[in-house]
Structures are given as structure tokens and as C-alpha cells.
Write a protein that binds this ligand. Structure first.
Ligand SMILES: O=P(O)(O)OC[C@H]1O[C@H](O)[C@H](O)[C@@H](O)[C@@H]1O
Length: 517
């Protein structure tokens, strides 16, 4: 490690308190020169995207998440209104909830939020809650799955006696995602059981005209906020999806947006030497040979950023994990992302990072401020923050010594503005990287395949249920009756057995297992 190398390579934005250190993942000038045409194209692609080009060609959509924090840059008046009007409306709504002008029947105020959503319609609000939701005016709970045990756990943590002061946010861009629909049906059942009118507790955030939008109208929800098709789920945290819950929590959403806008201003500049988002994209490219050969391990040394690794996992992997490039060639692109937080992970998997298979690069996130307020010494002359910083610097050095590259991002503290800068940085890095490797970062065709297969499984399950009788049958026999796949039928049967709907009698192997009512 050399101070000269560090000093020369550091990209700093002093007004943002931000710096990016890539000295331990160096990019040679020859390599950079060779990449220059692709870099130029990536800057040009981004300029086109931001001025309203159809940047998501497969879905024929514009890609507008950068406008959400700078509506003046949106390509037309209609889109500016689609940003500004809901923003004002959601702020007014949050004020009314806080002052009790919007209140549940029979109680002066809403006291907590239950957010129902999945993927991009939950991860952003979860990240915001964990990172900057401390001391929120309204605590928030989540249904982010169709796991009934998880739903029961969340309902129990709210307490049935508290549903009467719970505000439910149902979030789904498409308005048809099964997990979210199921969560809403489960929540409604809990409200019904408590004798409460679900609609008087519910708000929808969804595309206009979606199934959820219709449900909200039919059940007289308190409010519906629109979500536009030019915002992708994984980049929706600065749309109504992230801002409605954040404003209700009392988080300073203007600062959050300002942080992203400030990072956008810096990383919009087509200068490879000072553009942190382009530098990140180039480092990813260099580390993984432009083919994702190295995984990205995200290590924020701050508890409140623990979900940032997961958030980036969706942002990066759903955006970059693509079979085809823009010309239709099979490329199987992507970068695997995982991570949790430091120094916790040093006591878990960092052993492998240091000594094991060298298939990754690390991204450290340093938060300079340890805590608000006074601190104590945990041993003479040292604070807990000193140790946290020591472990970050120690891991970075140890990885470097064993030939493992790393990037280090530094921010002064975790607050709405800084979280905005981090999200803005990675969103743009993902856009740039997608251009460098010539893929569409804004669709997710692979996700549809799993959804279709799940729907087919559910159909088989219905058919299997209808064939169950007191007399034992094997999976093969039932599969023959319904013209189904025996293994799929077997999985249906073990699912039903696991939930007490059928009896299973084990044979020597699964083929011989029999099932009866
Ligand atoms: O907001 P929704 O339409 O309910 O979608 C929720 C999520 O599920 C989809 O399957 C996509 O893969 C995600 O990108 C999306 O964020």
C-alpha cells in the first residue's frame, strides 16, 4: 500500500463529505485508454437515458429514477407533474396523519405502520427504516413474504389490540404480485377478526388501474398514491414507494432526495478521472474481467447499514444478471453480491476472504462518526469507534496483503442526505456498468420464469388436492390421474403432508411413499 497511490487515486466530493478509494483495485492507464470508447458510450447512453430515451427497450419504457430527485430534468411537463404532485400530496398526507386529521375510526391517531410489499417494494423502505429510521414518529413493521409464520410473527409483534391504530401501506408497482396480495388478504383477515374496517386503515401505492388500485377503490382505502412505469422497482426508493413510508416515519425526505441529487450532479459529469460512479463501474469491470468473474462483497462498518448489502444485491443482481446483451447475444452477465456488516463478518466468513478462494473484491463502507453524543473508553485510550475503524483498516490491509482487491467508500455519518448519496452512487454505477457490457439493466425477464413455474405448481397442487381419498395412493398414481409430472406431484403431496392435510406412509424411497386423507 502506498500513500502516493492512495492520494492520487482518491475521488473526493468535499461538499458531500464523500470519498472513494480505489487504490487497492488499481486501473492501469493502458487499460483505461482501451476502455475509453466504451466509457464515452456509457456517458452518452446515460445522457440519452436522462433526457428521456427508451432506455429499457424490451419493455419500451423510459428509465426515470434520476428525475425523482431533480424533477426539473424530466423530459416533459407531464412527467414533472407525475413527480411533483405525488411528492406534495404524500407530504400533506404525512402531516395529516401526524396531526390526527387523518386518523383511524375511534382513535385520535395512527400509531404505527404495517408495510406490505416485496422486492423493490419493500427493500428500500426496510433499508431506510434501518439506516435512518431511528426515533421514527411511527414505527414500521413489514410483511415482505408469503410465509404465514412470518406474517403471524409480525402480527404478534404489533398485537391484535393495536391494529385499531395501525396504518397499512400496500405497495406493489404491478399491483398483482402474489406475495403482496396474500399479505394484504392476511392483513385484512386480521383486521376483520378484530372487527375493524380494513379500508379505513389502508393506503395503496401502485400503478394506476392495477388490480391493487381496483381493490383499493372497491374497499374505500384512505388514499392511493400512484407509481409510474418509468420507475423500476429496485430503483423506486425515491418514488412514492419509499417516500410515503419515510415521510410517515418522520424522516427528512427532502434531505434524502437532496443527497441523491448532489451525488447525481457529481457523477453526471463526463470526466472519468473525477466521476465516482464511473470509477466504481470500471473497477467492477476490471475486477471481474467484464464478465462478473469476481463477486462483490459489501462490508459496511456500521450496524445501521446492514441492509445496504442486501439492497445492493437486488439493485446489482437484478439489473446486471442478464442472459442476453442488447444485440441478443448470449452473454450471461452479472455480478454476485453478498455481505452483511463489519466487523461482525470478520468473525464469520472473512476467514475465507483472506485465505480461501480468491473469487471476489471487497467494498468497504466507512462511516467516520462512531456515535452521536459522548463516548466512553472501552480500554485506556480507546473507544468502540476506534476499534471499529481499526477492524476496517485491518481487514482492508489483510486482504490486500493476500492479493484480494478492495474499494473503500467513506461517508461522515449515516443520515438521510448521506444515504441518498450512497444510493445515487450505486444506481449510476449500475447504469454505467450495464452500458460498458452492453446489456439492458432495467428489465427482469428471468424473474418471470420463476413466477410462471410457481403458478403452474399451484395449478398442479389444486389438481392433486382434488384427487386425494381415504385409500392410499402414490405420487405416480396421482400424476397419472391428472396427467402431471410425478416429481412435481410428489412435492405437492409432501407439502400437503407437512401441513397436516394428508397422511404420508413412507416406503423404501419416495416413489413408494403413499398418501391418504
Ligand atoms: O412492486 P411489485 O410489482 O409488487 O414488484 C415487486 C418485485 O417483484 C418483481 O418480481 C421484480 O423482480 C422486482 O423487481 C419487484 O420489485
Amino acid at each position: 500500500m502506498s500513500f502516493d497511490q492512495y492520494s492520487a487515486s482518491l475521488i473526493r466530493y468535499p461538499d458531500l463529505g464523500f470519498s472513494l478509494d480505489t487504490s487497492l483495485l488499481p486501473l492501469s492507464s493502458d487499460w483505461l485508454s482501451a476502455m475509453q470508447p466504451k466509457v464515452d458510450k456509457a456517458f452518452a447512453d446515460m445522457a440519452a437515458l436522462e433526457s428521456g430515451a427508451i432506455a429499457n427497450p424490451d419493455e419500451g419504457r423510459m428509465v426515470g429514477h434520476y428525475w425523482l430527485r431533480a424533477a426539473e430534468l424530466a423530459p416533459n411537463e407531464e412527467i414533472r407533474a407525475q413527480i411533483n404532485e405525488p411528492l406534495q400530496a404524500l407530504k400533506d398526507f404525512a402531516d395529516k396523519v401526524h396531526t390526527g386529521q387523518v386518523a383511524p375510526p375511534g382513535a385520535p391517531q395512527f400509531r404505527r405502520i404495517l408495510l406490505i410489499g416485496i422486492g423493490g417494494s419493500a427493500l428500500g423502505p426496510q433499508l431506510v427504516d434501518q439506516a435512518i429510521g431511528q426515533g421514527a414518529r411511527l414505527p414500521i413493521h413489514f410483511f415482505d413474504n408469503t410465509d404465514p409464520a412470518g406474517i403471524d410473527h409480525t402480527l404478534a409483534s404489533i398485537g391484535s389490540e393495536n391494529l385499531c391504530t395501525t396504518l397499512v401501506l400496500v405497495i406493489s408497482k404491478s399491483g398483482g404480485t402474489p406475495e403482496t396480495r396474500n399479505g394484504m388478504v392476511e392483513a385484512k383477515a386480521a383486521f376483520d377478526a378484530a372487527g375493524l374496517d380494513f379500508g379505513k386503515h389502508a393506503v395503496a401505492i401502485t400503478g394506476t388501474g392495477s388490480k391493487l388500485d381496483q381493490f383499493a377503490q372497491e374497499h374505500s382505502f384512505i388514499e392511493t398514491f400512484p407509481m409510474e412505469d418509468w420507475v423500476g422497482g429496485r430503483t423506486s426508493v425515491m418514488s412514492t414507494v419509499g417516500l410515503v413510508p419515510a415521510a410517515l416515519q418522520g424522516i427528512d425526505i427532502d434531505e434524502f432526495l437532496a443527497g441523491a441529487a448532489a451525488m447525481d450532479r457529481e457523477t453526471r459529469k463526463a470526466d472519468v478521472s473525477t466521476n465516482a460512479a464511473m470509477r466504481l463501474a470500471l473497477c467492477w469491470h476490471a475486477a471481474g474481467n467484464g464478465k462478473g468473474e469476481k463477486d462483490m462483497v459489501v462490508l459496511p462498518y456500521k450496524d445501521s447499514l446492514v441492509l445496504f448489502s442486501k439492497y445492493l444485491q437486488q439493485l446489482v443482481m437484478e439489473s446486471l444478471g442478464k442472459e442476453l446483451d442488447l444485440e441478443g447475444n448470449t452473454v450471461n452477465q452479472g455480478i454476485a453480491v453478498y455481505g452483511n456488516k463489519g466487523s461482525t463478518d470478520q468473525h464469520a466468513y472473512v476467514q475465507q476472504l483472506r485465505d480461501g478462494v480468491a473469487n471476489f473484491f471487497a467494498t468497504f463502507i466507512e462511516v467516520r462518526k462512531g456515535r452521536d453524543g459522548d463516548t466512553i473508553e472501552v480500554e485506556p485510550g480507546s473507544t468502540s469507534a476506534d476499534f471499529l475503524q481499526g477492524f476496517l483498516r485491518g481487514s482492508r490491509k489483510a486482504l490486500h496483503e493476500s492479493g484480494r482487491p478492495s474499494i473503500t467508500i467513506s461517508i461522515p455519518e449515516v443520515n438521510p442526505f448521506q444515504l441518498g448519496t450512497l444510493i445515487g452512487l450505486f444506481e449510476r454505477a449500475v447504469s454505467f456498468y450495464a452500458s460498458l457490457v452492453n446489456i439492458n439493466a432495467y428489465h427482469q425477464p428471468g424473474v418471470e420464469a420463476g413466477k410462471k413455474a410457481a403458478a403452474a405448481f399451484l395449478e398442479t397442487l389444486h389438481a392433486v388436492r382434488s384427487r386425494l381419498v381415504a385409500e392410499p395412493k402414490t405420487a405416480t398414481e396421482i400424476a397419472y390421474e391428472i396427467d402431471g409430472d410425478p416429481e412435481e406431484v410428489y412435492h405437492c403431496l409432501t407439502h400437503l403432508a407437512g401441513n397436516g392435510e394428508v397422511q404420508i406412509s413412507l416406503g423404501e424411497e419416495p416413489k413408494e411413499d403413499s398418501f391418504s386423507l
